[in-house]
Design a protein. Structure first.
Length: 746
């Protein structure tokens, strides 16, 4: 082999050396240079392959690729395609070594002293060139691989010699067929057969094989889509070579030449714009592009997506998507200035099964198009949709649902900021003395401002964060302060997906999960890559979640803001939301199976373009409220989602909690140790930590309360002791004060 290599180097030297040098000297120097050249190829570097997104059932709904490639084994390729390739590109491939010395000698004599070396490239050399091209990531690297110079050709020759020392001829041919560019975005014969003819490579006919092989000479000039006549002429040249080398008969040749091109173009849906679910696809793409689990840099993450050959299984459920889409379309036409954003989450899992909008994918806003994923955009004030978060905060700190407040219009809290004239109710009047059920059903603002005033703005903001709202400003110029009483009325921007996650926590009995859209990522070798975790964990006690649910069920009752939006005999809970001046309206609600949040607004900005005099459901609406459009969308979506689902009920809070006049012992199970201690101290109890911890619980974090004595709901007297048992692994050594100082807002 060394002698053969030296011979090849010497032959190349005849072209490389100046004519004034003695041939023996030139050959000797060329051999030295030949042996010093790099001979390692990135054989273990993998070819770019397509990445597919699938739904929760494994069906593909989007494809991404830098190079459209379907790798095949040589046995999966039609023998006619192999014959066409060998006849045209390297008839003696299985007979000569890495370099066809006979052909190389002819090329040397033909090229003379032109300074370049054309022709004489066999399949091995062509594979080397194409492999180097697939690894090129910059313009300079591409230029170095494609420049028509002697130095580049000699480098290819040297690498070809090294390649044939470690791969068989069949392996090289297989890799070549999977690597080369067949034009029109198709790389490798597997993708080319599907793209041009809609067939498997094993089923390629003689004329089809000849057409594909003919493209290789120039994928641009002989592209049969753009240049059908040129492509046919080149095909016929290939057919003639197949006949002259004895690979087809005269009759085969005549029939093939007489046949039309027979193109039947098929293309995979490349990118989100070609997907049936472009907005869901785009959200998945945003996760893939930003999460460092998929690469340390944006470039690495893009490379993995477009070249990695991944199968990414998502949480998209086609039935849920159809339900949300149908509900949005029934309410609002795509070209309507008003948009809907719908998020559907499975409680207790974090799985985002649907994201819906009435808008269509595109850039022309005049046609109702957008490329913004509206349901995940944290840009809309939730209004009264936020009130249940305040209620949960109060319940966790011992609040009784039977406690009443008077509800004056124009309420001015002493310790919080308020708008000119104070906080107003939607009907601009005093609604009387109300308890939690009555105030929530009627969405009475000043009742909730007083509730927030009693338990504090910051604890409410903290609760929102615990329940999954990450968009609230907690630092910087707009950071929420203890005086920002408008928080409970939904004055800070959130997304429908965040709100669906909050309501999913209530639906699940107090389990909060991060929203997830990716359940698995499998690479081309079948290996599973890490994916973002839902991190499901308990954030509310079962009692608090059940109590909030019980209150929100009343929203559908007579006189409630959600009256008429109920699901018949199926238990459901929910809340309307309308921001100041009808900048946006909402309805968020849930059953045990699904949590759905619906936002309605003008994407250009609700304050500048309020929801007044709009068209929805085919008629004009002067002023829009949560029950006007968002509510019916929610109901239609839910009815479709649950059409074949069993009826499930919610757990009931303890009767003594709902009817007793004495505030019960707060249920602090699932809370962090310090938060639980603080809640009990505020409620007037003495706290002791049990030195023994509970048995392990996969849903509970270290440092949480696993159990308490006396149990929640007990009418234990003030000043009595409550013993807390912490989760396994928790630190039980803590000094507990006898009481907490009273805060200005508490």
């Amino acid at each position: 082999m060394a002698a053969w290599s030296a011979g090849a180097g010497a032959l190349v030297a005849c072209l490389a050396a100046p004519l004034v040098l003695p041939p023996s000297y030139a050959a000797r120097q060329a051999v030295y240079a030949w042996e010093d050249m790099p001979a390692a190829l990135p054989l273990d570097a993998e070819l770019p392959q397509r990445t597919v997104l699938t739904d929760d059932a494994g069906r593909t709904f989007a494809v991404f690729y830098g190079q459209n490639r379907v790798p095949l084994a040589l046995a999966q390729v039609s023998h006619t395609a192999v014959d066409a390739l060998l006849a045209t590109e390297d008839d003696r491939f299985y007979e000569h070594g890495a370099v066809d010395l006979t052909g190389l000698a002819r090329a040397v004599l033909h090229n003379g002293t032109s300074g370049s070396l054309q022709g004489a490239s066999g399949i091995t050399q062509q594979y080397v060139k194409n492999l180097l091209l697939t690894q090129a990531t910059s313009v300079d690297q591409v230029r170095a691989v494609t420049e028509q110079t002697l130095a580049r050709k000699v480098r290819e020759l040297r690498l070809s010699v090294a390649l044939e020392q470690i791969l068989t001829k069949d392996q090289i041919l297989e890799r070549y067929l999977n690597t080369v560019n067949f034009g029109d975005g198709s790389y490798g014969i597997g993708a080319a057969a599907r793209h041009y003819f809609g067939v498997q490579a094993a089923d390629l006919t003689v004329p089809q094989s000849a057409l594909l092989v003919g493209i290789l000479k120039s994928p641009t000039n002989y592209n049969p889509v753009d240049h059908p006549e040129r492509a046919k002429q080149r095909r016929d040249v290939v057919l003639d070579r197949m006949r002259s080398t004895g690979r087809i008969t005269d009759a085969d040749y005549a029939a093939a030449v007489a046949s039309p091109l027979g193109l039947r173009l098929t293309d995979p849906a490349q990118g989100c714009g070609a997907s049936a679910y472009p907005f869901f696809c785009q959200y998945v793409l945003q996760i893939l592009s930003s999460d460092m689990a998929f690469g340390a840099t944006p470039e690495a993450r893009a490379d993995l997506l477009y070249r990695g050959g991944l199968t990414i299984r998502t949480t998209l459920n086609r039935a849920a998507m159809a339900a949300a889409q149908a509900a949005a379309d029934a309410a609002l036409a795509p070209a309507n200035r008003v948009a809907a954003g719908i998020a559907v989450v499975r409680p207790g899992t974090g799985a985002v099964v649907a994201l819906g909008t009435n808008k269509r994918w595109g850039r022309d806003a005049t046609k109702g198009q957008t490329q913004i994923v509206l349901p995940v955009r944290a840009a809309y004030q939730p209004g009264s949709n936020f009130k249940p978060i305040t209620l949960a905060t109060a319940l966790e700190n011992g609040f009784s649902l039977t406690t009443t407040f008077d509800t004056p219009d124009g309420y001015k809290p002493a310790t919080m900021n308020y708008p000119k004239g104070g906080f107003h109710n939607d009907n601009n009047r005093n609604n009387g003395v109300l308890n939690a059920y009555q105030a929530t059903a009627g969405s009475v603002n000043t009742w909730y401002v007083q509730l927030e005033e009693r338990y504090g703005v910051i604890p409410v903001a903290d609760m929102a964060g615990r329940l999954g709202i990450t968009s609230l400003p907690r630092s910087g110029r707009r950071a929420i302060t203890p005086r920002d009483g408008s928080l409970t009325l939904g004055a800070y921007e959130v997304s429908p997906l965040e709100m669906a996650g909050v309501y999913a926590t209530f639906a699940s009995g107090g389990i909060t999960c991060r929203p997830v859209v990716i359940t698995s990522v499998v690479d081309r070798h079948g290996a599973h890559l890490p994916v973002p975790s839902a991190d499901c964990h308990r954030t509310l006690s079962p009692y608090v979640a059940a109590a909030v649910t019980d209150v929100l069920r009343g929203v559908f009752g007579r006189g409630g803001t959600g009256a008429g939006l109920d699901l018949g005999t199926r238990p459901a809970a929910g809340k309307t939301g309308t921001t100041n001046s009808s900048a946006a309206t909402w309805f968020s609600g849930y059953t045990p199976q699904y949590a759905v949040s619906v936002w309605i607004g003008d994407p250009r900005g609700g304050q500048r373009y309020p929801l007044r005099n709009i068209t929805a459901y085919g008629h004009r609406i002067g002023t829009v409220y949560g029950r006007s459009v968002a509510g019916p969308i929610w109901r239609q979506t839910m009815e479709s989602l649950l059409a074949k689902a069993p009826v499930e009920g919610f757990p009931s809070p303890a009767t003594t909690v709902l009817t007793g006049l004495t505030p019960p012992v707060p249920d602090v199970r699932g809370l962090g140790r310090d938060a639980a201690v603080a809640a009990l101290l505020r409620a007037g109890y003495v706290v002791r930590i049990d030195p023994s911890t509970a048995a392990p619980d996969p849903l509970a974090r270290v440092g949480q309360v696993a159990d308490q004595s006396p149990p929640s709901g007990s009418a234990a007297p003030y000043g009595s002791e409550v013993v807390l048992t912490l989760t396994a692994g928790s630190n039980t050594q803590v000094v507990i004060p006898s009481s907490l100082p009273v805060s200005p807002s508490g």
